[in-house]
Design a protein around this ligand. Structure first.
Ligand SMILES: [Zn+2]
Length: 391
């Protein structure tokens, strides 16, 4: 299969030959009768390292009383994400009882061993919880009855249920035992991420010294009001050993916050994520016995309040926002969802359009407004999504 168009960061059109799931060659010039065309941009496949669910399909089985209208299907989730350009993602399991979390992890691990689209797209599991702050604000929407102190034995049980697929663990470093857990996670090759925390700046420094490498959705899962000086937010923004994930959807981060945070971390330490939830992409209305509302523009709130209840915008929208609201160029925005997440996860042969690399590609156009316009999404050499009758 050949795809053709302009590679991000280069001006001339190229043709990319895909064979056996790998990029076999990249040659100058447009190829006739190929997927793409003169007005098509080609990048490495967009990689979202925090996806809880989308459009009624959930990586968590029935968590938080959000009952999916249909049987959760991880292959269907993969196809829905691919329509928005997401070729690769980390299915994310959130705070719940041990039994419920192990059940969700087992289900994901089984799907990763199957032969469907999910296997080609899933790059590892993101465990967000249960070792999170119990305080209102930092805890976000994670249920108080299920957050608990860090425990290596419990993490090992969860990792066993996941058949070793947990690659990122988000935790609050101020909890008893957290620094020890960060050291053990790091030694076992799992990325320790700081999130849903009310830690002191000194504790953030201890977490980084112990091996923490990531700040999860910086600016969210924190107190509504922060001290002017001693703030975990400043400490993480200033710490160059921490890469930060950001939800640039206009709700979780507004334009000025996104611009400032990206400037603080630099393009090479910024990863855009969706943090999408199962109600994302659902029709407007009330869900879960009226507890949640999907608003007409798609964002999700606790019904009757202005409080966000999960994210709904996928990378095609968040990337377009980043181009418009921050100093990042399109090429730099692409890096935040390709090279940088691949580097974080030590994913060999991913994150770039390069001969010998895995054929994970996203083909798109850049409209003057709205989300990036996805033409096709390819994972592991297989076309997962192709829009009919491209212009
Ligand atoms: Zn979170």
């Amino acid at each position: 299969m050949i795809v053709t168009g302009t590679l991000c960061g280069s001006a001339a059109p190229m043709s990319v030959d895909i064979q056996g799931g790998r990029i076999a060659s990249i040659r100058p010039g447009l190829a006739p009768d190929a997927l793409g065309g003169a007005d098509t941009m080609i990048s490495a496949g967009w990689h979202d390292i925090q996806v809880n669910g989308y459009a009624g399909n959930d990586c968590n089985a029935g968590s938080w009383g959000i009952v999916s209208p249909r049987q959760p299907d991880l292959d269907a989730l993969t196809l829905d994400l691919a329509r928005h350009g997401v070729a690769l993602f980390c299915p994310t399991v959130i705070t719940d009882s041990s039994e419920a979390m192990e059940h969700s992890l087992r289900r994901i691990a089984v799907a990763m061993a199957s032969d469907g689209p999910f296997r080609r797209a899933a790059t590892g599991i993101h465990l967000e919880g249960p070792f999170l702050s119990p305080d209102d604000g930092p805890r976000g929407a994670h249920p108080l009855e299920h957050v608990r102190p860090p425990c290596w034995d419990e993490f090992q049980r969860l990792q066993e249920a996941a058949i070793g697929h947990i690659r990122i663990c988000t935790l609050a470093p101020e909890l008893p035992g957290a620094i020890d857990l960060i050291e053990r996670l790091t030694a076992s090759g799992v990325v320790a991420a700081i999130g849903h925390t009310g830690a002191s700046p000194a504790c953030i420094r201890d977490a980084v010294a112990a091996g923490a490498r990531l700040s999860t959705h910086i600016g969210n899962g924190c107190h509504a009001a922060l001290p002017r000086h001693d703030s975990y937010l400043w400490e993480q923004l200033a710490e160059d050993r921490l890469t930060a994930t950001m939800i640039i959807d206009g709700y979780h981060l507004q334009p000025a916050e996104a611009k400032v945070f990206v400037r603080a971390k630099g393009s090479e330490r910024t990863i855009l994520i969706s943090d999408a939830v199962t109600l994302g992409g659902m029709p407007p209305g009330l869900y879960a016995e009226g507890r949640f509302e999907v608003k007409p523009d798609g964002h999700i709130v606790l019904a009757g309040t202005p409080y966000l209840a999960g994210a709904a915008a996928l990378l095609d929208a968040c990337m377009a926002n980043a181009v418009r609201w921050t100093d990042l160029s399109l090429t730099e925005v692409i890096e935040t969802v390709t090279h940088t997440p691949a580097h974080l996860l030590s994913a060999q042969r991913k994150g770039a359009v390069r001969e010998g690399y895995d054929a994970d590609l996203t083909l798109f156009r850049v409209p003057s407004e709205g989300p990036l316009d996805v033409i096709a999404t390819i994972a592991d050499g297989v076309v997962v999504y192709r829009r009919d009758a491209p212009q």
